[in-house]
Design a protein around this ligand. Structure first.
Ligand SMILES: NC(=O)c1ccc[n+]([C@@H]2O[C@H](COP(=O)([O-])OP(=O)(O)OC[C@H]3O[C@@H](n4cnc5c(N)ncnc54)[C@H](OP(=O)(O)O)[C@@H]3O)[C@@H](O)[C@H]2O)c1
Length: 343
């Protein structure tokens, strides 16, 4: 990957809106790029800033105007937001109006009871940290990161509403909520005049929960969009782990993807899916991304990348013809829920 010198001024690609389709998020008025970019892994203090900057700027050049963060992302916690904040200040300030920046509050980032969970204190404290880290005075989407069953839903949702009323967020979202709680949150938000824009959930050929638990139906009924994270199952839905674990890949260096998930069952199923992708003239990564985006409830596929080449490759997914019914059946046959996962 060629990296631009740190002092080279950045000017965004003139054709950046010609690459990706934009899709409407639920019943809102907001369009989001079909691919959004997340800074969960390799955007903390563990990776060179020049590489991180190159990937972020390349994503924007490709039309990916939505960048997803959380106070928890690092390591250490908050570091990924600080990375993005540094790139925003250095290169993207004049494009701020074209960016959709999101962040999330509520997952633990420290021992204090106010650095975790769904209380009003935690959520609004986290937002203050995030605005400072991101070097912006508002975020476009502010999420509650995970449900907190020990806190009244009214309190967590009320904190999201306050963020909008204070002008610190334009829209609100929830993440990892099961359908019943998502529906209840949507009702509360609607009543407060701050409709739920989006739900961020894991969804991939190897994680079928949104199909099985009814979240896709709830999204349609309640009028919120879905932003689906880990659509490549963190890289498992690529061909790279079929033979071995490549050096530097996530399965080698992340606590979230352990090498023991890459077993014979995983390899057999992935090889079959890879064969299907090859028969269509595309890669498994491209097939997996096309597959999540086939659903109208899905507004955007939230991807990660450790290089600009991965980004170029992945966003080409939408150039292929839609999957046929026969191909979708083959995906169902080999894409068994839970493959390569402990949960
Ligand atoms: N709301 C939540 O609770 C939650 C939870 C998790 C994630 N998220 C969000 O979702 C975002 C994306 O998650 P994710 O990173 O797991 O998504 P993903 O797209 O499933 O996985 C991305 C990783 O796969 C590998 N990869 C990507 N393209 C590849 C290709 N063409 N060939 C080979 N390897 C490739 C890269 O890892 P390596 O090259 O390093 O192996 C890359 O970092 C996160 O950044 C975060 O914003 C949200």
């Amino acid at each position: 990957m060629t990296e631009r010198p740190a002092d080279a001024p950045y000017s965004a690609a003139a054709d950046r809106y010609e690459t990706l389709p934009y899709r409407r998020s639920g019943a809102s008025g907001l369009d989001l790029p079909a691919f959004s970019f997340g800074l969960w892994q390799k955007f903390g203090a563990d990776y060179p800033f020049t590489t991180q900057r190159e990937i972020i700027l390349h994503a924007f050049d490709l039309g990916i105007s939505h960048f997803d963060n959380a106070d928890r992302y690092g390591p250490p916690h908050r570091a990924a937001q600080q990375t993005f904040g540094a790139v925003l200040a250095k290169d993207l300030t004049r494009y701020r109006d074209e960016l959709i920046l999101s962040t999330k509050a509520g997952n633990p980032i420290g021992a204090s009871p106010y650095l975790r969970g769904g209380s009003r204190k935690s959520i609004l404290t986290s937002l203050e940290h995030s605005l400072r880290d991101l070097r912006t005075d508002y975020v476009d989407i502010f999420y509650h990161h995970s449900p907190d069953l020990d806190v009244p839903l009214e309190e967590s949702v009320g904190a999201l509403v306050s963020a909008v009323q204070q002008g610190k967020a334009l829209y609100v979202g929830i993440s990892n909520y099961l359908p019943d709680r998502a529906h209840a949150a949507a009702e509360l938000l609607r009543a407060a005049g701050v409709p739920l824009l989006v739900h961020q959930t894991r969804y991939s050929i190897y994680d079928r929960r949104p199909e099985q638990n009814g979240l896709l139906d709830t999204a349609r009924r309640d009028g919120f969009g879905l932003i689906v994270y880990s659509p490549l199952a963190q890289g498992l839905l690529t061909a790279k782990y079929l033979e071995t674990i490549p050096r530097g890949a996530r399965a080698e260096n992340s606590t979230f993807l352990s090498p023991d998930m890459i077993d014979d069952t995983y390899r057999q199923r992935t090889a079959a899916l890879n064969k299907l992708a090859e028969s269509r003239g595309q890669s498994l990564a491209q097939l997996a991304l096309q597959w999540v985006l086939r659903r109208p409830e899905v507004t955007s596929a939230l991807i990660g990348a450790s290089s600009t080449a991965q980004l170029d490759h992945n966003i080409a997914a939408l150039r292929f013809s839609p999957l046929t019914d026969e191909e979708l059946s083959l995906v169902d046959e080999h894409g068994v829920h839970g493959t390569g996962s402990r949960s």
